[in-house]
Design a protein around this ligand. Sequence first.
Ligand code: NDP
Length: 367
Amino acid sequence: MSGLTTTQAIAGFLTPAAIFAILLALHVMLPAYRVEGYAHRNLGASLPQYRLNGLAVFLCALLVWSLGLTTAPLDWLWVVKWHAIAGATALSAVLTVWIVLRAPADGRGNLIQWLEGRSYNVQFGGHVDVKMFMYIFGGVYLALNAVSSAAYHFGQYGAASNVGLFLHSAMWVWFIADYFVFERVQLFTFDIFEERLGFKLIAGCIVVYPLLYPVALWGTAGLPAPDIDPSLNVVWLGGSAAVFLIGWMISRGANFQKYIYKRAPEQTFLGLIEPVTVTDGKRNLLCSGFWGASRHMNYFGEILEALGMAIALGHFTNFWAWIYFIYLTVFFISRERIDERRCAAKYGELWTRYREKVPYRLVPGVY
Ligand code: NDP
């Protein structure tokens, strides 16, 4: 059905494990900087330590892949995508068994312990933090999938290729490069300080992030360029790039503003936005800049990025092009409500006051 030989199918299935091993070796070997993380519930007062070099691993992997140094053809990752999804799911299952069984069982239900995990933080020899490495794996593999899909498309259509598909792939590479440039900010996000390491997070990083997020490319890299009047290229390609960049500025801006505030509460963000807060005398919540426009501008920004990516492909009526955008919108609407409950429990009356001051959840003036 897939048109692969048995050997190719097996190689495709093992591809995620091979990438995992190569990236792990790069992560351990390449120079890194050491930083403190954010308060972690299972570590009490002490701050966890991290060794970060995601950007170096990312650039190295991109170079190795783009120069064809692995001996695999450039379009390999697109060709074996379905087998790779199966292989990555198996890899997640193996990693989950290992990670979950390392920690003692607790009083919660068995299924919950497997799905959500037992430990909040797993580190090896001060060298590898499992959560942060899994994000390296997911991000790098996603970018490689984008490059490989573009190579596959070009191989099929050459000069008649869909420029929008290359733009879409470039947006993914930008999205991942941005993540690695600001890798330290990730230490201040929900997954790192709040989630346990179970199948949900592991499969999220090993399967969903690298192999399901680029679903639009799986569905459209094999298609010819859309029939769009070239005089509309500026509107189509320029418009999608503008939506994506505005989304990126909102998302990155909001995350960075909060990060700067948590590290230096008195500092004016980018020399422009004063850190205005609501306070109960002990704790503070930012309510200026992005955090005064809606309670989760960062989520809204990422939804806009996904919208720009969907438009870039130019296959406006093709469902594949929209799956990621629809998924992310639903995901963030639900995640915002989860974070809202967490913050309401943590901040009590202060959170109610913040809500009164900043009434919108995601989209200022709308929702
Ligand atoms: P946030 O970075 O928004 O973190 C939420 C936490 O920030 C809250 O629990 C609270 O924690 C603190 N906080 C909330 N409001 C304020 C405020 N006004 N002032 C000060 N602190 C506040 O959410 P996530 O960790 O979920 O997301 C981080 C980034 O990762 C986002 O950009 C998101 O879009 C992205 N992301 C992307 C995903 C994807 O699949 N593409 C998936 C998940 C996240 P506390 O008070 O304890 O500090």
